[in-house]
Design a protein around this ligand. Sequence first.
Ligand SMILES: Cc1ncc(COP(=O)(O)O)c(C=O)c1O
Length: 422
Amino acid sequence: MENILHIGGVSAAELAAAFGTPLLVYDEEMLRKRLREYRECMTNKKFSTRVAYAGKTFLCKAMAKLVREEGASLDVVSGGELHCALAAGFPAKDIVFHGNNKTPDELRAALEAGVGTIVVDNLPECEALAALTRQTGTQADVLLRVNPGVEAHTHKYIITAHPDSKFGVSVTRRDELYAVLGTMRASGTLHFRGFHAHIGSQIFDKAAFAAEIEALAALAQETQQRGWPAEVFDLGGGFAARYTDEDAPIPVPEVCKTVLETCARETEERHLALREVWIEPGRSVAGEAGTTLYTAGWQKTTDHRQYVFVDGGMADNIRPALYEAQYSCDAAARMNEAKTQTYTVAGKCCESGDILIESALLPPLETGDLLAVYTTGAYCYSMASNYNHLGRPAVVFARGGTARCVLRRETPQDLLYLETEE
Ligand SMILES: Cc1ncc(COP(=O)(O)O)c(C=O)c1O
């Protein structure tokens, strides 16, 4: 191994010198390969399939273009994400629009743009959407998001009798569910295509997806008998990424096989009208492809720890502070040196909780050393803030030995752009 970390064939030192730190670097080939792998593994004789990258994970115009080039669809959850996708030239027909509280303006924008699928989340939204189609003279293909009562997080999944999620209509609330389906039918403009569900995140157990499909299939069998056949199952995302050595995500071919086989079995056994199976991976596409480069600043020794401070933190990666997410890191220019020192890697924000990694074994660091925190491609930039008036980092796509900046660094001047007074 070289003593210096390379990402997409470009050395971390070169990247830091050219673009500064903190810097979010994507291995572009890894992003593409992941999308391709999903598309290939979902290819199937029985079902037509769709892989919709979940834009909330990380979205900018370059990412939307890349998703398009790899033949995937795109899932968006707000007017802002929709705007970004359309600005990148992403075909509206291949966009899936989600959200538990899409505003009338957002729904109108989606209808006017001709968004391919709107995922209806609840009854009042359905009624508003139906009214909007009448006002605008538009139509829409819709899925109904249901809460199948299967909840999965990391290694465990549970089947709950009374799910309380804010998303979707619970399968236990059949009256409401049929009221939504009835509203769709009565509208004449909302074309019910099937069901959507999303059961959680960072799921390591493929049985959770099988349980999700079984729950959807049981529902679809009933709705079919009552005149609402579901042609589409959109199973959402939730496929895990590797953050630390303890994580062992289900290989993509394996999870896709489980999904397709379970759908086929349920379709046959229950005589379902199911023809299309969609998935919406986010984290497992973008997570591991992203690495954040930081510059080490001052160190501090306490009775219990050796801190190393970095030039970013919770403003560019809120996940450790928000839900104790675990990360791993390396000294990017000392890859071959013995790891003899345990550090707490802390950010520069004015919060005691601004700790990126509680305990990282690294070679002894000096001020100015580069630190690479891995698997920061998902839900870091998209959740970034300007806390402490820190600008968001630049984002670079590196591939085949060259790097291109796809989002420039936010400057202190940028942070004044909303000010209305001199
Ligand atoms: C509806 C929906 N689809 C897809 C995703 C992507 O999930 P993940 O990044 O875990 O694959 C999410 C994440 O919250 C979601 O809510």
